[in-house]
Design a protein around this ligand. Structure first.
Ligand SMILES: [Zn+2]
Length: 227
């Protein structure tokens, strides 16, 4: 399903296997170009749905020129590799999110690190096993990211005649960002703000200093002040 939520800014509802059942990607068009904000999850039928929805408003995937990611969870960045392959789109995310992604690709080292991290923080062995299973599953879905630029906190990015601000909002994930269209009062919030529920808060197993709850509350305060 594709919905125009603001002038030439579309919300695309895509399938997801987890409890929430769906995830949103956003497409902003300018003339013949398209910018994506998050890309949905790579799973059977999802890419075809994304392509068909985009086609229904007159654009092919090959016209995607830029992809902006809020964070690198698989339901938000999963199809970025596929879109980049079809379009050579530039890819933008925070440097911290890129580091999280790099760590995720470290195979056995990642698993050993995750076991060590959760055990050290007092998680019972059978729960650690369940977490590792989830990590393995995510690892199998994570795309290759061909990064063009790193997003900076509070910078203004332009796409065609539109501009939006990058707001760092760590908490749900290290390196999470939101995109704020000030003129329209519109926030693309990734998983920072969700309907009905608070987001899960994920530790960074490679960074003991990162405090998800503290960061999340600080990030909420930043977003709360937006006009
Ligand atoms: Zn997420």
């Amino acid at each position: 399903m594709i919905t125009e939520i603001s002038d030439k800014l579309y919300r695309i509802t895509l399938p997801m296997p987890f409890r929430l059942r769906h995830v949103h990607a956003y497409a902003l068009t300018d003339g013949g170009n398209v910018a994506f904000f998050d890309t949905g999850m790579l799973m059977p039928g999802a890419y075809e749905k994304l392509a068909a929805d985009l086609q229904s408003v007159g654009h092919g995937v090959e016209s995607v020129s830029d992809i902006y990611l809020t964070h690198v969870h698989t339901d938000h960045c999963g199809m970025s590799e596929m879109i980049q392959k079809k379009s050579n789109a530039r890819l933008h995310l925070s440097e911290e999110a890129h580091q999280v992604h790099t760590h995720f690709q470290q195979g056995e080292h990642l698993i050993a690190q995750a076991r060590f991290f959760y055990a050290r923080h007092g998680v019972p062995a059978h729960d650690v096993d369940a977490i590792i299973e989830e990590v393995e599953d995510m690892r199998s879905r994570i795309p290759q990211l061909d990064v063009t630029t790193f997003l900076q906190d509070q910078e203004v990015r332009r796409f065609g005649n539109r501009s939006f601000e990058v707001i760092f909002t760590p908490g749900h994930a290290a390196g999470h960002v939101c995109f704020f269209f000030r003129e329209e009062g519109l926030l693309l919030a990734g998983d920072h703000i969700l309907p009905y529920i608070a987001p899960s808060l994920n530790p960074n197993i490679h960074d003991d200093i990162f405090q998800p709850l503290k960061s999340y509350l600080e990030s909420l305060a930043v977003v709360e002040k937006l006009p």
